[in-house]
Structure formats: structure tokens, C-alpha cells
Design a protein around this ligand. Structure first.
Ligand SMILES: NC(=O)c1ccc[n+]([C@@H]2O[C@H](COP(=O)([O-])OP(=O)(O)OC[C@H]3O[C@@H](n4cnc5c(N)ncnc54)[C@H](O)[C@@H]3O)[C@@H](O)[C@H]2O)c1
Ligand SMILES: [Fe+2]
Length: 360
């Protein structure tokens, strides 16, 4: 039986932030990071709500911690808003999700992503870091009521962020298609997301701002797909490595994804081949197309100036080797392993890590 549910209202288009007025909120609590407060975007967004009373929590840092979410929860509870707005990348949206969840979510929640990557604006996930571990919280109560996709917020995207978060979209799409909970509807969403992101990322990276709304929508589609279908070992390992080395999430996925496609192709080869063909990757038999897909991902990674190995990405070689067992243990406990198409074992994760560690 296939069940699909996404009740987030998605408002997409240039200037879509103006739709915030529709909520008729009197008290708005904005969760963001210092970048958007400094450059005036937070004020513009608050003005668009037309609310009389506003408060800003601008303490979000990449990979938000449990302690930060707890601090924000106390402020949110005290202010008692009728609308919570998250403005930022996956980190700001996840932090706001967790804060609302801990506060008992008694308000409307609108997420405004400023990166085309996490898809968090439509997912039931929030990733919080505790110590060295990234913990995915998974609950339908985390899902935003509205997602506002406005490409005016993407004009100044740094190239490295386009590349990092773009590979997050590709990994969401390919993990969702291969995941054991995937179905016809999630496949449609993931395939459209993959084809669009795979072909348009180089254009966005080269500065063609007119494709950014499409990539933004692809990120949202991939989020809708994976929140229902599940993910796999690319994300389980990215979470384990991200908690230890604080390398951007999308960059870790970029390093891991081709290797994961390789080890999961025994179970997911047909699906990967279908997605690759739709994106224009050539080849005859499925095994050849999957090999070409893996090579195309590596080429795209280089075109976007992303690292090929964990060591190139900045992970300390000695720590990577001495703590490999711990990384594997943490990844094995990640809920994303449950839906990986191939049963997850220590040796499967070791195979991926050995392939992507690099020299150093
Ligand atoms: N909840 C989910 O479903 C889900 C899915 C995937 C990833 N994640 C999580 O999301 C986080 C990664 O999110 P992300 O990749 O969006 O990055 P991010 O939110 O961590 O932001 C990274 C940096 O980019 C800056 N930034 C954001 N938008 C910008 C813009 N438009 N212009 C200039 N700078 C900008 C931020 O200020 C920040 O310093 C990770 O913690 C990851 O685990 C969550
Ligand atoms: Fe991700």
C-alpha cells in the first residue's frame, strides 16, 4: 500500500514572500541567522507579514545544536506568536521546526528557504546536533504549514553554497528513488527533481539567475519525495561525518553519493538507470548506464569545484582512520539506514568510507 501526504501549502514565484500577508498574523516570531538580519532581508520579510508585533531569533548557526534549539524554544514560548517564520537554509528551518515542536506547536509555521538544498520546507525531518552527533528528529508535526519559494532571495547565493546544497538535492532524489519506502508518487517527484537539478546546477553555478527558481522547486520536490520514501546510507554517513568534522552537509553528500550509487546498484540499478536516462545520461544496459551515472556525478562534482574525497573536503586524515569504527557505529544507528535499498552492514559502510577517504 502506498500512502502519500504533503499538506504544506507551497507558494512559489518571484516576490512570493509578499504572500506572508495572507496569514493575517498579529504576532510574528522570525527564526533566522545573523546574515539575513545584517543584510536587511529579515526586516523585509517581517514587513511583508504586516504584523503589529514581531520578534527575531537570529542565533542560528549551521548544523544547529540541541542547546540552541532549547534557547529558542524558551523565547518562542514567552512571545506566544500566531505565526512562526523560518528564513534561511536547512539549519534555520530545522532549528525553527525543533523550537515549535518543543514548544507544543500552537501557531502557523511558514518556511522560507534561502538555499536550494535541504527541502526542509516540506519535510517531517529536523536535524539537531548534540555533541558530535547529528540526530534526525522525524515527526509529521515538524512539517511546515507553508513553504515560500522566492528566487529574489537567491540572487546573492555564493557559488560554494549553490554547489554544496545542489548536491544535497541530487542525493535526496537518488536516495529517495532507491529507498525501500519509495512508490509511484515519490518516484515522479524525485525524478523531476533529479533531472532538473542535474541539468541546471551548472547553469546556476555559472551565474544564470533565471534558472534558480527551477532549482529551488527541484529542491522542494526532492524534499517531498524523501520525506515519504526515506533516504539511505549517503545521508546516514553524511550525518555521522558532519557531526564529527563540521563539513557542510551537501559537500559531504557530494563526496559520498557516487560511491553510494556504486554499492547500492545491486538493488537499485534499474531505478538509477531510469533516472539517469531521463536526465540524458547515455548507455545501453542498466549496468553501463549506472556506471555512466556514477562518472557523470563525479564530473559534475568537479565542474562545481567540490572535493572528491573526505580529506580534500577538510577531514583530518588521522582522525578519519583512527575513528572509522565510531563513524560506522554512529551511521548504523541513523534512521536513514532503515530505508537503504541494500541491507546496511558494517562492511558496506566501510566499503563506502574506504572509497571516499582519499590520500593524506
Ligand atoms: N530537515 C531536513 O529535511 C533536512 C534535509 C537535508 C539537510 N538538512 C540539514 O540542513 C542543514 C544544511 O542546510 P543548508 O545546506 O541549507 O545550509 P545552512 O542552512 O547550514 O546554511 C549554510 C550557510 O549559508 C548561509 N546562507 C544561507 N542562505 C544564503 C543565501 N541565500 N545567501 C548567502 N548565504 C546564505 C547561511 O547563513 C549559513 O552560514 C544541515 O544541518 C543538514 O543536516 C535538513
Ligand atoms: Fe540532505
Amino acid at each position: 500500500m502506498d500512502v502519500f501526504c504533503c499538506n504544506t501549502k507551497i507558494i512559489s514565484g518571484t516576490g512570493a514572500v509578499s504572500a506572508l500577508a495572507e496569514f493575517g498574523a498579529g504576532k510574528v516570531f522570525l527564526v533566522s541567522d545573523p546574515y539575513f538580519v545584517k543584510n536587511g532581508t529579515a526586516d523585509r520579510v517581517l514587513a511583508a507579514t504586516k504584523a503589529q508585533y514581531t520578534e527575531v531569533f537570529d542565533g542560528v548557526q549551521p548544523d544547529p545544536s540541541v542547546e540552541l534549539a532549547a534557547e529558542g524554544t524558551a523565547k518562542l514560548k514567552k512571545f506566544e506568536p500566531d505565526l512562526v517564520v523560518a528564513l534561511g537554509g536547512g539549519s534555520a528551518i530545522d532549528c525553527a521546526k525543533a523550537m515549535r515542536f518543543f514548544a507544543g506547536e500552537k501557531n502557523i509555521f511558514a518556511a522560507i528557504p534561502t538555499t536550494s538544498g535541504s527541502g526542509s520546507e516540506v519535510t517531517d525531518f529536523a536535524i539537531l546536533t548534540y555533541g558530535e552527533t547529528k540526530h534526525p528528529l522525524v515527526d509529521p508535526k515538524l512539517r511546515p504549514d507553508a513553504a515560500i519559494l522566492d528566487d529574489e532571495l537567491l540572487a546573492q547565493l555564493p557559488k560554494s553554497l549553490i554547489a554544496d546544497s545542489g548536491f544535497d538535492v541530487l542525493s535526496h532524489a537518488l536516495e529517495a528513488c532507491a529507498a525501500t519506502d519509495s512508490g509511484t508518487i515519490t518516484d515522479c517527484l524525485a525524478k523531476e527533481a533529479f533531472v532538473c537539478a542535474f541539468n541546471m546546477l551548472p547553469l546556476s553555478y555559472a551565474g544564470q539567475t533565471q534558472v534558480r527558481l527551477k532549482v529551488h522547486e527541484a529542491s522542494c520536490l526532492a524534499g517531498m519525495a524523501f520525506t515519504q520514501a526515506g533516504l539511505g546510507i549517503c545521508h546516514a554517513l553524511a550525518h555521522a561525518l558532519g557531526g564529527m568534522f563540521h563539513i557542510p552537509h551537501g559537500r559531504l553528500n557530494a563526496v559520498l553519493l557516487p560511491a553510494v550509487v556504486g554499492v547500492n546498484s545491486s538493488a537499485a540499478g534499474r531505478k538509477y538507470a531510469e533516472f539517469a536516462k531521463a536526465a540524458g545520461v547515455g548507455g545501453g544496459a542498466d549496468t553501463i548506464i549506472v556506471r555512466n551515472l556514477k562518472n557523470s556525478l563525479v564530473r559534475l562534482r568537479r565542474q562545481l569545484n567540490l572535493p572528491d574525497t573526505l580529506i580534500q573536503a577538510g577531514a583530518d586524515a588521522k582522525i578519519l582512520r583512527s575513528r572509522q569504527g565510531e563513524i560506522i557505529k554512529t551511521a548504523l544507528q541513523d534512521p536513514c539506514c532503515r530505508t537503504n535499498p541494500v541491507p546496511v552492514t558494517e562492511s558496506l559502510l566501510k566499503q563506502v568510507l574506504d572509497e571516499v577517504t582519499g590520500r593524506g
